[in-house]
Write a protein that binds this ligand. Structure first.
Ligand code: 5AD
Ligand code: SF4
Length: 350
């Protein structure tokens, strides 16, 4: 549907009780267009090494005293087999940004090997997997890469890519990143175009509750996503991280950031009914029920962390990042064994 900048701002300013109506509307649209099911993606945090220095991030290059790790091929493949075995349908490989040739080659080979995993290869029977896809969907979240690398990864079998714009306003973007070519807003915009040109279903998103962020910024973020016709979105609250240049900034309360995120999800669902919207992990840092609430406000994807040994590793983007396994999925209807491409992507490619 179409909403004006000022209509969106009004919706984002709704009080807690009025917002319930917005969440119900968004859920009705989600169920009507995407179906009742929630999709699961197994999140694999491949490496916490990063060449960039974003002011907000706990694994930035200049962060002192953190143990940098990269998973072995076997660890990644074990996680992917776990995802297949549990009917997750697809995996997301996420890491800090690295662009060396040896790194991009390793990712290419991992994508191919993940795509070779079948229900039978993890010991599932035809009976158990009737109606399932025969291979896992592969989503990448590996930062800005060259058009050639993106084409290579797409050809290897990855079909979706997540690259948050973080803040669609160039001024706000500049205020949370160092100056220079490595952190350029224009470069990030170009990277999003390159993803689309390479053939990927494109996901983006923003952080909510950033210092200096206004309702105007947030309304403009949603209109940006609609204008760019994105296929997927992941957005979550900004969370303070000790030791980063932005640590200690004054922020809206945790509760306000949660509600704002839920309202952003709900309005986006109304603007773009057929995209996939993820319930971000960061929501859970501020509220144990945060992700569940997002699923009741229009989101249709959850990404449980399946990184082997995740608890012991330092993929710590922000303080109090939740450990795997805290999602209470008991009462939710999950779609098993389906990669679940965004409907928006299927329609735009057909
Ligand atoms: N709070 C919330 N989200 C963060 N990210 C990085 N640092 C933080 C933080 N302090 C998010 C960024 C990035 C994603 C992988 O994690 O949006 O794109
Ligand atoms: Fe690196 Fe991403 Fe963190 Fe920026 S947000 S420092 S690119 S991991």
């Amino acid at each position: 549907m179409t909403l004006s900048h000022s209509e969106i701002k009004e919706m984002l300013s709704l009080g807690e009780i009025e917002a319930e109506g917005l969440f119900a509307r968004a859920t009705a649209v989600r169920e009507q267009v995407c179906g009742k099911f929630i999709y699961l993606r197994g999140l694999v945090e491949y490496s916490n090494s990063c060449r960039k220095n974003c002011f907000y991030c706990g694994i930035r290059r200049e962060m002192p005293d953190i143990d940098r790790y990269t998973l072995s091929d076997d660890e990644v493949l074990d996680a992917a087999r776990f995802a297949m075995l549990h009917g997750y349908g697809s995996v997301v490989l996420q890491a800090g940004e690295s662009t060396s040739r040896s790194y991009t080659d390793r990712i290419t080979s991992l994508i191919r090997r993940i795509r070779e995993i079948t229900p039978a290869s993890v010991g599932l029977t035809d009976e158990q997997t009737r109606g399932w896809d025969t291979s896992l969907g592969v989503t990448l979240s590996l930062g800005e890469q060259s058009p050639e690398t993106l084409r290579e990864w797409f050809a290897a079998g990855a079909s979706r890519y997540l690259l948050r714009i973080e803040a669609s306003d160039p001024g706000l973007y500049a205020s949370i990143h160092p100056r220079g070519a490595l952190h350029s807003y224009d470069r990030r915009r170009k990277a999003l175009e390159d993803l689309r040109d390479a053939g990927f279903a494109v996901g983006t998103g923003v952080m909510i509750g950033l210092p200096g962020q206004t309702m105007d910024h947030l309304a403009a973020d949603l209109l940006f996503m609609q204008r760019e016709q994105i296929d997927m979105c992941g957005m979550g609250p900004y969370i303070d991280c000790a030791g980063t240049p932005m640590a200690g900034c004054e922020l809206p309360s945790g509760k306000d950031r949660i509600y704002l995120t839920l309202k952003m999800i709900a309005v986006l669902r109304l603007l773009m009914p057929d995209i996939n919207i993820a319930a971000a992990t960061a929501l859970e840092t501020l509220d144990p029920q945060g992700r569940i609430k997002a699923l009741a406000a229009g989101a249709n994807v959850v990404m449980p962390n399946i990184t082997p040994g995740a608890a012991a590793r330092g993929y710590r983007l922000y303080d109090n990042k939740p450990l795997p396994g805290v999602l209470d999925t008991e009462n939710l209807g999950f779609c098993r064994g389906k990669a679940g491409d965004p409907l928006h992507y299927k329609l735009r490619r057909s």
